[in-house]
Write a protein that binds this ligand. Structure first.
Ligand code: KIV
Ligand code: ZN
Length: 519
C-alpha cells in the first residue's frame, strides 16, 4: 500500500462493522459470497470480521482469507495478546494478510471504558502493533473515538505506532459526531504534525449518526486521507457507516474537484448492492443515492422533457456507469441456459463466482410459477445460492391454510425434522400467525418473533415475495429469509430458515452472532 497522492484506497468493512448491526448478520457462506463480490468490485481491503469475537467470526475471516486473492484481508483486533494471535491465525492463508489493531484515545473512553492512563494506552498500542508486525506487513492502527480525542495526544499515539511499524493510521468518527470542515482540518493537522505522518496512509472511518458520514469522509480526503472505510449500502451500527457507493461515486463524478480516483469497478456497484440487500434481507430505501429505486427515475414532466432532449440536463452520472440496466422483462420458462447466463453477465454478475447450473434450476422453477422474470428476480436467484450451507435440521414439506371473513384462520404444516415428517395444526389471529404457531408446535421450538417484513421483488401480483423474519432465542437474535411467489410459503420458508440458522449457530459453526466483546 502506498501513500500515493491521487489514489484513494477503498477499505470495505461490510463484513465487520456492517455485519455488526442488528438484522444484518450473515453466516459463513454468505460472507464468502459477499467477499467474492467485493473482490469483483475492486475494493483494496476487506475487513472480514473480528476473529476473537466468536468461533463463527474466526471461521468467517479464515474462509474469506482463503476465498479472495487480490484485496488485503484483515481481521480487527484489540491490543490484547489473545486477540492478535487469533486474528493472525485467521488470516494466515490470505494472499495479502493484514491486521487492524484498535484502542480508544479519547479521555472519556480511556477513563470510563478502559480505566487506562494516556501512557498505558500508548504502551498497549505500540506493543500490539509491534507484535502484529512480526508476522504481517500490513498493520493498520485505529484510534477509536478519534474525533473526540485530544489532537496533540492522538498525534503522539500515531507517531509511536508508526515507529512500531503501522502503515495505515485510521481516524474513526466512532460516534458520528464530527463536522466536515473540522474533519478536513483534523486530517491535515495529523498528517502534518505526526512524526512519520507523511509516510503512511491516513484513513477515514465515519459513522452516520448525523447523516454526515459521506461528507466527513470526503472532507477527510480533502485533508489528505488516502483510504476511506465504508460499507455496501452504508449498513453498520446505529445509523450505519459511510456508504461505499456514495463516497466512490462522489469521488468519481467530481474528480474535477477532488482530484483523486479509486480502483473500484463502478459497474459492479449496483450488483454488489443488490446482492447484499438480498443476502441480509434488508431492503434499500427508494431514495437512497446511487442504488435506490428512484435514484435515476425522472418523474416530473419538466425533468422528463429535459432528459429526453439531453440527459445531462438532469443527470450527473449515467445509470450504466454504476451497473444499472433497465428493469426489463428478460426471460421466461422457454429461455435456455445460454440466454440465462448471458443475462447474468449483462447484469454484472461474475459467472466464476456463481454456481450457474444450480442458479439455472432455481430460475426454471421460478419461471414455471411466474410468467415474467425480471432482473431483480435474477439477483434474488443468485443471492439464494449463498444460503445453501445453512443447517438443514428442519425442512418445510407442506403448508395448508384456510381463512374466511367470519372465521379464525387455521394452518396445518408438515415439517421434516431430522428426516422425519411431523404434522401440526394451529389457529391464529391471521394466516401467518397461525402458520408460525403451527411450526412452533411441530418443532417444539418457541422463539419470539421480533420482526416480520415482506417485500415484493418486482411489481405485479405474481411477484416473488421476499420475507425476512427475525426470531429471538433468549439473548440470541437470528434472521431468516424466504422467497416464493406465494407469500405464505415465503413466510414459512423464512421461519424454517431462521430455525436452521439457530441450530447451526448453537452447533458452533455458522453465524457470526453470539459474540462476547468487551473493551
Ligand atoms: O467506529 C470505530 O471506531 C470502529 C473501530 C474499531 C475502527 O469501528
Ligand atoms: Zn466503526
Amino acid at each position: 500500500m502506498s501513500a500515493n497522492k491521487d489514489y484513494v484506497q477503498i477499505f470495505d468493512t461490510t463484513l465487520r462493522d456492517g455485519e455488526q448491526s442488528p438484522g444484518c448478520t450473515m453466516n459463513v457462506e454468505e460472507k464468502v459470497t459477499i467477499a467474492r463480490q467485493l473482490e469483483a468490485l475492486g475494493v483494496d481491503v476487506i475487513e472480514a470480521g473480528f476473529a476473537a469475537a466468536s468461533p463463527g467470526d474466526f471461521e468467517s475471516v479464515r474462509r474469506v482469507a482463503e476465498a479472495v486473492k487480490a484485496p488485503v484481508v484483515l481481521s480487527l483486533s484489540r491490543t490484547r495478546e489473545a486477540d492478535i494471535d487469533r486474528a493472525l491465525k485467521a488470516v494466515e492463508k490470505a494472499a495479502n494478510p493484514g491486521l487492524h489493531v484498535f484502542i480508544a484515545t479519547s479521555d472519556l473512553h480511556m477513563e470510563q471504558k478502559l480505566g487506562m492512563s494516556r501512557q498505558e494506552v500508548i504502551d498497549a498500542a505500540v506493543w500490539a502493533v509491534e507484535r502484529a508486525r512480526r508476522h504481517v506487513d500490513h498493520v493498520e492502527f485505529s484510534a477509536e473515538d478519534a474525533s473526540r480525542s485530544d489532537i496533540d495526544y492522538m498525534s503522539q499515539v500515531f507517531g509511536e505506532v508508526i515507529r512500531a511499524g503501522a502503515c495505515v493510521c485510521n481516524v474513526p468518527d466512532t460516534t458520528g459526531y464530527a463536522a466536515p470542515a473540522q474533519t478536513r482540518e483534523l486530517f491535515a493537522r495529523l498528517r502534518e504534525q505526526t512524526p512519520g505522518g507523511k509516510d503512511v496512509v491516513w484513513s477515514a472511518h465515519c459513522h452516520n449518526d448525523l447523516g454526515l458520514a459521506v461528507a466527513n469522509s470526503l472532507a477527510a480526503v480533502e485533508g489528505g486521507a488516502r483510504q476511506v472505510e465504508c460499507t455496501v449500502n452504508g449498513i453498520g451500527e446505529r445509523a450505519g457507516n459511510t456508504s461505499l457507493e456514495e463516497v466512490v461515486m462522489a469521488l468519481e463524478t467530481r474528480r474535477d474537484y477532488f482530484g483523486v480516483s479509486t480502483h473500484i469497478v463502478t459497474e459492479q456497484i449496483y450488483p454488489s448492492s443488490q446482492l447484499l440487500a438480498k443476502v441480509i434481507g434488508v431492503p434499500i430505501a427508494p431514495t437512497k443515492p446511487i442504488v435506490g429505486d428512484n435514484a435515476f427515475a425522472h418523474e416530473a414532466g419538466i425533468h422528463q422533457d429535459g432528459v429526453l432532449k439531453n440527459v445531462l440536463t438532469y443527470e450527473i452520472m449515467r445509470p450504466e456507469r454504476v451497473g444499472r440496466v433497465s428493469n426489463t422483462l428478460v426471460l421466461g420458462k422457454h429461455s435456455g441456459r445460454h440466454a440465462f447466463a448471458e443475462r447474468l453477465k449483462t447484469l454484472g454478475i461474475d459467472l466464476q463466482r456463481v454456481n450457474v447450473a444450480e442458479a439455472f434450476d432455481r430460475f426454471k422453477a421460478l419461471a414455471d410459477k411466474k410468467k415474467e422474470v425480471y432482473d431483480e428476480d435474477l439477483f434474488a436467484i443468485v443471492a439464494e445460492g449463498g444460503e445453501a450451507e445453512v443447517g438443514t435440521r428442519y425442512r418445510l414439506i407442506d403448508v395448508r391454510v384456510s381463512s374466511s371473513l367470519g372465521g379464525k384462520p387455521v394452518a396445518q404444516v408438515t415439517i421434516g425434522i431430522d428426516g422425519k415428517p411431523v404434522d401440526a395444526e394451529f389457529s391464529g389471529d391471521g394466516v401467518i400467525d397461525a402458520c408460525y404457531s403451527a411450526i412452533k408446535k411441530a418443532t417444539g421450538v418457541n422463539p419470539r418473533l421480533e420482526r416480520y417484513q415482506v417485500a415484493a421483488i418486482t411489481g405485479g401480483t405474481d411477484a416473488i415475495g421476499n420475507v425476512t423474519c427475525v426470531l429471538r432465542f433468549g439473548d440470541q437474535v437470528v434472521r431468516g429469509h424466504g422467497a416464493h411467489t406465494d407469500i405464505i410459503m415465503a413466510s414459512a420458508y423464512a421461519y424454517v430458515d431462521a430455525l436452521n440458522r439457530h441450530e447451526s449457530r448453537t452447533a458452533g459453526g455458522g453465524d457470526g452472532g453470539g459474540r462476547e466483546i468487551g473493551p
